[in-house]
Design a binder for this molecule. Structure first.
Ligand code: DX5
Ligand code: ZN
Length: 227
């Protein structure tokens, strides 16, 4: 599929890099800057070596913004949280295949709750692990860092993985969103777009920019200029 045929670029700023003391202001700034989704990283200190937030914070964000909440679950036994997170306002729930021994059942359970179901892969996990359910996925997330922390360096091999994921989704006639997460910035976003990603998580690149609001548009423009 050509980049033009894929439709719109989505920019999903990551809540992880927001200032929690001024959360309402930060979320208003992201909306004003044209963000498409708010990416919410849930970490349990077991699947990844870091702890973040749960349903309460998702519910708070739901009240503070109209942006769809794109929830990335970096937790073991993610199914324990599906119901609470959808009730709290998650629009998408994305689970790690490394923590999902019953991926098909878990994906179906998310859909039954009315959310978009996503699967994601750590950088060393073969794409083959999702090939047979590609048509069932609403979203495929390619990790371009090892999950756990914001502000890490983009792993260059992710570009080629995105290209292979694009081919896999097209072959399966899957309409899944193809998202990339980790180290997305002005230097890396266009290559990911050209390789076939349509949705871009960005934490550090947006929140550490001189003008975070304008950075959302700048990142988007780097994709569309290349289309
Ligand atoms: C990493 C998280 C990312 C993180 C991205 O484990 O999944 O969503 O917030 O942050 P940056 O854009 O700073 O790499
Ligand atoms: Zn994430």
């Amino acid at each position: 599929m050509t980049p033009q045929a894929r439709g719109k670029v989505r920019i999903a700023p990551s809540l992880l890099s927001a200032d929690f003391g001024r959360l309402a202001d930060d979320l208003a700034m992201l909306e004003a800057g044209g963000a498409d989704w708010l990416h919410v990283d849930v970490m349990d200190g077991v699947f990844v070596p870091n702890l973040t937030f749960g349903a309460k914070v998702i519910e708070t964000c739901r009240k503070l913004t109209k942006l769809p909440l794109d929830v990335h679950l970096m937790v073991v036994e993610p199914e324990k949280y599906f119901d609470a997170f959808v009730r709290a306002g998650a629009a998408t729930l994305t689970i790690h295949v490394e923590a999902a021994p019953h991926l098909h059942r878990q994906v179906m359970a998310i859909k039954e709750l009315g959310a978009m179901a996503g699967a994601t892969l750590n950088p060393a996990t073969p794409l083959e692990t999702v090939r047979d359910i590609a048509a069932d996925l609403d979203l495929l997330l390619i990790m371009s860092v090892n999950p756990g922390f914001g502000g890490q360096r983009f792993i260059p091999g992710a570009v080629e993985r995105i290209a292979r994921a694009r081919t896999m989704l097209d072959e399966a006639r899957s309409r899944a969103v193809l998202e990339v997460d980790g180290g997305i910035a002005r230097e890396t976003i266009a290559a990911c777009w050209r390789a076939g990603a349509d949705t871009f998580v960005a934490g550090n690149a947006i929140f550490s920019a001189k003008d975070p609001r304008a950075e959302i548009g700048a990142l988007r423009a780097l994709c569309t200029e290349q289309a």
